[in-house]
Structures are given as structure tokens and as C-alpha cells.
Design a protein around this ligand. Sequence first.
Ligand code: MTE
Ligand code: MO
Length: 451
Amino acid sequence: MNTQGRIERSLDELYSDDHERADALLHGRRTGASRRGFLNGAGLAAMSATVGAAIPFAGDMPAGLLPAAHAQGAPPVPAPATKGPQPLDFPGKDKGLVVLGDRPLVAETPEHLLDEETTPLSKFFIRTNGLIPEPAGDAESWKFLVDGEVNQRLELSLGELKARFTPKTYRMVLECGGNGRSFFQPQARGNPWTNGGAGCAEWTGVPLDDVLKAAGLKDTAKYTAHYGADPHLSGDAKKDSLSRGMPIAKAMEEHGLVVFAMNGEPLPNIHGGPVRLVVPGWPASLSHKWLTRITIRDREHDGQGMTGTSYRVPNKPMVPGGKADEADFRILESMPVRSIVTSPANGARLPAGSRAVAMRGAAWAGDLTVSRVDVSIDFGATWIPTQLAPTRNRYDWSRWSVSVPLPSDGYYELWVRATDSAGKAQPHVAANWNPQGYGGNALHRVAVLVG
Ligand SMILES: Nc1nc2c(c(=O)[nH]1)N[C@H]1C(S)=C(S)[C@@H](COP(=O)(O)O)O[C@H]1N2
Ligand SMILES: [Mo]
């Protein structure tokens, strides 16, 4: 094997084992304050070899950057050494979904499979905390209860819910609270989501506030508590696999729905059918599946998933990997701004001589809206605004698109960065480390080879 080939292979290995050392070798670690070594000479040739082509914007490539060509499946995403990403094998689901855990079943959607305006059922991510219940025999007779701090305890079957209230349909993002967790360094506790713990479906259901008004909230009503029919992993009937809740003000927002249909079809069992909540903008753990009961409480709920560091983030920045002062944590509420490139896919090849790349994707921002989405093909040295398509309703994602000129053949990283309506943009790396890795919204990058 020639020298170049050897360098290439060993750098590939080094990048997947220890990207910081690979980076130091290529960029030449400088002593003292400066971490920004530019690629030149041998470093440039070796970096080009490891990504598979000349790098037109190598001069802008920052030290400390794990090339996107090596980022998928490499640290910080832990790929089991013997296995690699496991494709999902589940009835009705796309085999391109990636299993993050099989007991409980958790599967995410790679960004390039989120290329449709409405995420099809087959591509929608799956998150369970407990066992998956048997599908209900007769959906219309599925019952759920509203009790606690209400004037009138309300038990409704799905049939009664449909007959008594007027359903609404909204297209809304559902996003796991831990989406983006794998981008934290050091690794945070929990399922290692990349950006695929999210999808945008058409949800049909009755506004939760209509149901709560029908029960009549007492003055003492402060917080909701959600319960479902999925058994705890241990099989212990006294334990809930999950039981989260929210302040009454969030529960009374007009887009929160008691959902029975998804993309115009009866809500599938795996997504919580016959009846689930969809609470947009906040962690999807509030969007309780297989809904059996909503109890209105006179204080913050303390069910499974409400205590310790679960769905909680520190008030003050903490040392990454350090010990948490749980007393100074708050409940994770609105999700942070995030954007993804859905086309081209990471690792795509464009024909030699291509002088533009058509990029598109999606962006969303929890309770806020997306004010702009920009892309960069020169490692963030310059940014190009994209066109945002109109959204259908609040909490719909923003589809963005742009055609970006390419100066030559070679290796490119396509970066995307969204800014929310409060002016906050995505960071370059996951910031505000916390023990369970919430709020990891580092900008998304894909590697493409032209030629
Ligand atoms: N009953 C019940 N509801 C639940 C969960 C659960 O484990 N049990 N998981 C929650 C979490 S953490 C997420 S991210 C979403 C996932 O919804 P999906 O599987 O339809 O994508 O469901 C939420 N609702
Ligand atoms: Mo979640």
C-alpha cells in the first residue's frame, strides 16, 4: 500500500477512536492559548485523504472540528464496536429508522428520511419507556378519565369525545426532550439521539382545553398529571412507565390536543392509539400515549419523569461531566431551536462538475417560531440565507430550501443554522452540558463529495 493509503486508513481509525488526537496531528496542536491551527502542508494532504477529496474551503476549517464525514456513527455517537447502527424491524416502519434501544423500544429517524413536508407514519420516530400494550380491540370504547381538582369528574370514551367536542387538525412537531443528546461531550445519560427524535405529523383531536373546561377547573388547579396503559418494564402494576405533567397555562393553550388520528389515519398503537395527548413545543414526554387518565393537581406533579435530573436542566452552567446540584435545577419546558438538512444526505456524492448544490430541510423552535435559517459551505466563515416556506399553523415546522454555488469539485460540509423568533441561534457545539443531555441543539452538518 502506498503512503497516502496508509495515512488515510490510520487517520480513519484515529478519527473514529480519538478524534482529538487525529485533529491535533492534522492541525498541529499549538502550545498556549491558540487552538485554531490552520491546515497546511502535510496536514492538509492528510485531511484531504481522510475525507476522500480536496477540500476547497480547507483554509476555513477550524481545528477541533470532527469532519462530518467521520461524525456519523463515530464518537460522540457511541456505535457498539461489534454492531454498528441497527436498522429497525417493526411492522409498518421504514427499515431506515435506527434502533437506539430495544427494551424499551426506541428508534430515531435519520435526517435524510425527514425530507417530506409531513412525516409519514412509516418514518415517525418511536419512543417507549415501558412495554408496548396490546392494540385495543374496539378503539371507540377506549376510555379515559379527567379527575382531581375539577368540579366534575369526567369519564369519556373515544366515541363520546368525538360526539361531544369539535376536533381540530394541526400539523405539529413532536420532539423528544433528549433529541440531540449524543452531541454532548462527555456523553450524557440516556438514549443517544442525534437529530432524529423528532417528526412533524398532522394530528387530529379535541383541544385539551375544551375537555378541561367541560370538567371545570377549580381555583386550586395548578398542574396536570398524565397516566397511560403501557405497563412498566418490570411488569409491576404499581409502577408507571412514565407520568409527567405541565402547568395549567400550558394545558390550556389552543394547540394541545387529545389526539385520535395521525396523518388522517386512526392513531397507530405504537404512537399511543387509540388516544394520546399531543403537547407541542415542550418535550414529547408530555404527549402521553395510551392515555387513560389526566389528574388535575394542586401542585407540581411528582410522577415518573418529574424528579431528580429527569427532564430537568441546571439553572447555572455546570462543569461538563461534573456533579449536579439537583436543588438548582428547573423543569425543561420549551424545546430549543433546531434545524436539519434533509437533502442531500450525509455522505452523498454529486457528479463531477456540479457547480451548485440544492439544499433543503426543516427547522423548528419549541414554543417560538423560526425567524431565519442560514447555511454555510465554508465551515461557517460565510452564511447564506435560505427561503422559508409558509407554515400551516403554529408549531408546524418551517421547511427551508436554497441553491448554493460550488466553486469546484471536492469535499464540502454543508452546515445549517436556524435562529428563533427571540433572536437565538443554534450553537456550533452542544452547550450547557447537563447530566441527562437536554437542549443539545448544535448545528447540523452533512458531508458531500463533488466528483
Ligand atoms: N404512555 C406513554 N406515553 C409516552 C411515552 C411512554 O413511554 N409512555 N414516552 C414519551 C416520550 S419520552 C416521547 S419522546 C414520545 C414519543 O412518541 P412517539 O413514540 O409517538 O414518537 O411519547 C411520550 N409519551
Ligand atoms: Mo422522549
